[in-house]
Design a protein around this ligand. Structure first.
Ligand code: ADP
Length: 393
């Protein structure tokens, strides 16, 4: 849509609505028209301005340099907008840089031409000074509003950064804690064995504890390696039985279940077809969920693993516990790497680095599946995996 063309007098009237026709004509005699190609700089921040610009056609953008490298766009201007009015009355440096976006036509008044016009017309000077100060006040308001908006955006970015930083320091605290505890214990036992203090059965028990601690540390490091390498390694797809994988995951979690005296009940409701999937990946994803269901359960609790058909193309697997549950506001974060509901404080109750769910989610999504959680604090959690039988590799 073609925009309206304004005459020179109309443009001047738009900028100086308080002037009489005679005053406008005097100003018109001092004005000249210019045409600029797209990308032309009309004025540059910091340079001393000696000219008022009124845009008659086209669009330009106003930038402010916040430092050497950053240009912040303040606003776009177009037909009848004007800038540089201070240049008519003093030698102030330009407060911004103005660059044309499209071909621009302007009406411009030089300081020299302006000064000789007002020499014959003092009322014109008074009117213009009044107007310019009003206009500057308005401009200040617009710029302050823009700065407020930018400030809010900066605050959001800063908060994001500090929560990432918190996650990072929490992770280091958690990792040191998770490694120091089994290492110190293993070191203590090995010391006693080396001094010959432990013999016979006692030595056997001590060595078993050392082995368990070393396995725990290897498990932690393996999980970290899986998290960092999972984007790099490609899964090995074959036809697998989900039922067999679930049973194996339960078997692998058995030691933990026995230690906590929590039974795992496996219910398979439907016969399932073979699934195209990465056996090791699925085993890891499911075992992590079962281990969490045991870890966050209550004493005398129960874990139910429920395998069923959602429809002919999709398997469903629920892992249900009666544990501490997950607060609603934490549910959207638990699949993020290193996120833990209880953080990393010294009085934390549960071990773990906060990587298990991130790994499970990645693997399930790699199989074009989904993982969701339903949970009530104090009542327990249900993690559900949906897996298509034939979507992968
Ligand atoms: P980790 O268990 O090693 O801390 P995860 O990534 O497996 O890490 O889990 C992240 C967090 O989600 C846990 O720290 C815990 O706060 C919460 N969570 C996961 N599973 C459960 C569950 N079954 N019951 C209660 N909270 C859970």
């Amino acid at each position: 849509m073609a925009s309206k063309r304004f005459s020179r007098i109309e443009l001047l009237q738009h900028v100086f609505p308080e002037l009489t026709t005679v005053e406008l004509q005097a100003l018109d005699a001092a004005a000249q028209e210019q045409t600029y190609a797209p990308g032309a700089i009309l004025c540059r921040q910091g340079e001393i301005g000696r000219r008022l610009f009124i845009i008659s056609e086209g669009e330009a953008e106003i930038f402010v340099n916040t430092d050497e490298s950053q240009m912040v766009l303040v606003k776009n201007v177009g037909s009848t907008d004007y800038f540089g009015e201070m240049a008519l009355i003093n030698d102030a440096p330009r407060a911004a840089t103005v660059r044309t976006i499209s071909r621009c036509k302007t009406l411009e008044i030089d300081r020299e031409a302006f000064v000789s016009t007002i020499d014959h017309n003092p009322a014109l000077l008074r009117a213009i000074v009044r107007q310019i100060s009003n206009h500057l006040r308005n401009n200040d308001r617009i710029i302050i509003r823009e700065l407020r908006k930018k400030n809010q955006a900066l605050n959001v970015a800063y908060n994001n950064l500090s929560s990432q930083e918190k996650l990072r320091t929490d992770f280091i605290a958690t990792l040191s804690h998770e490694l120091r505890t089994p290492l110190t214990s293993a070191q203590g036992f090995l010391h006693l064995i080396n001094r010959g203090t432990m013999q016979g059965d006692a030595q056997k028990v001590a060595l078993e504890t050392v082995t368990r601690n070393v396995e725990k540390m290897v498990g932690l490091i393996n999980n970290l390696l899986v998290l960092y390498e999972m984007h790099l390694t490609s899964p090995k797809y074959s036809d697998v039985s989900l039922e067999t994988i679930v049973q194996e995951a339960i078997r692998e979690a058995r030691t933990m279940a026995d230690a906590r005296i929590i039974p795992i009940e496996f219910v398979q409701q439907d016969e399932l077809p073979m699934l195209r999937g990465d056996r090791n990946g699925l085993l890891l994803a499911i075992r992590s969920l079962i281990e969490n269901a045991l870890k966050f359960n209550q004493d005398n609790g129960l874990v139910v693993v429920n395998l069923y058909l959602i429809d002919e193309n999709t398997a469903g697997l629920d892992i249900i516990d009666q544990g501490i549950g997950i607060p609603p506001e934490a549910q959207k974060h638990i699949f993020e790497p290193f996120y833990r509901v209880e953080g990393s404080g010294p009085d934390r109750l549960f071990s773990g680095l906060g990587v298990g769910l991130a790994i499970s989610k990645f693997i399930v999504e790699q199989h074009k599946g989904q993982i969701i959680v339903e949970s009530m604090p104090g009542e327990g959690s249900t993690f559900t995996i949906r897996l298509p039988f034939s979507a992968s590799g």
